[in-house]
Design a binder for this molecule. Structure first.
Ligand code: SF4
Length: 211
């Protein structure tokens, strides 16, 4: 059986180290929607100087990509968080060239690992180029995303970009997911019904039709 690591404990150890220093660490943080940023932000804001990277060419269709970005901006404005967002070019067709061979995978399998790797690699590259201390992602807050996979990919990419530290985390731990639902409700946020890619969108549509 797989030896499962509690990556949120590793996150807490990292935070304890930063607390000992007199200044915040710089963090480039991958965010794919406002709802998933809620609890991570609460846990990060006192220790990290955050810049968001919104590099989510996986999201289909384009209107959905833009809607999630707009919702994120609205949330930041509502909570008074002055955080810069790096928006990368949206190119779903090119993105899907790597996903298409695994289009029939169920969510959580190889297609998702490819998808995590693509966005995290792009983020790491940006973080290295712009000399951030850390790079991390919101994605572990999702109940549907495997934190073991995400952190192992992050750990592997850190070896390619050794100047940037991977920020281990599993934000769903300690009721992180459930707490995020409360904030989502309070802010009446749009919370999507499918993960993001064309394949998850089509699976969601089929589910609706079969009801
Ligand atoms: S289901 Fe989500 S994580 Fe998996 S490939 Fe699609 S967008 Fe990426």
């Amino acid at each position: 059986m797989e030896n499962r690591i509690n990556f949120q404990k590793k996150f807490q150890i990292e935070v304890e180290n930063i607390k000992k220093s007199s200044k915040k660490a710089t963090l480039l943080f991958h965010v794919c929607c406002g709802p998933c940023f809620t609890i991570p932000y609460e846990l990060l804001k006192d220790y990290f100087d955050i810049t968001i990277i919104y590099n989510n060419s996986n999201i289909y269709p384009k209107q959905e990509h833009d809607r999630r970005l707009a919702e994120l901006k609205t949330y930041l404005s509502e909570i008074g968080a002055n955080i810069k967002i790096i928006e990368t070019n949206y190119d779903n067709d090119t993105y899907n060239l790597d996903l298409e061979p695994r289009k029939d995978d169920k969510e959580g399998h190889e297609r998702c690992r490819i998808c995590f790797n693509k966005r995290l690699k792009e983020g790491f590259g940006y973080a290295a180029k712009h000399q951030f201390d850390y790079f991390g992602t919101v994605m572990t807050i999702s109940r549907y995303k495997n934190a073991q996979d995400i952190n192992k990919i992050g750990e592997k990419l850190q070896k390619e970009y050794p100047t940037v530290k991977w920020l281990y985390a599993d934000f769903k731990k300690n009721d992180g997911y459930e707490k995020s639902l409360i904030i989502i409700k309070e802010h009446e946020m749009y919370f999507q019904e499918y993960c993001g890619c064309k394949y998850s969108y089509e699976a969601y549509q089929k589910k609706l039709e079969s009801k």
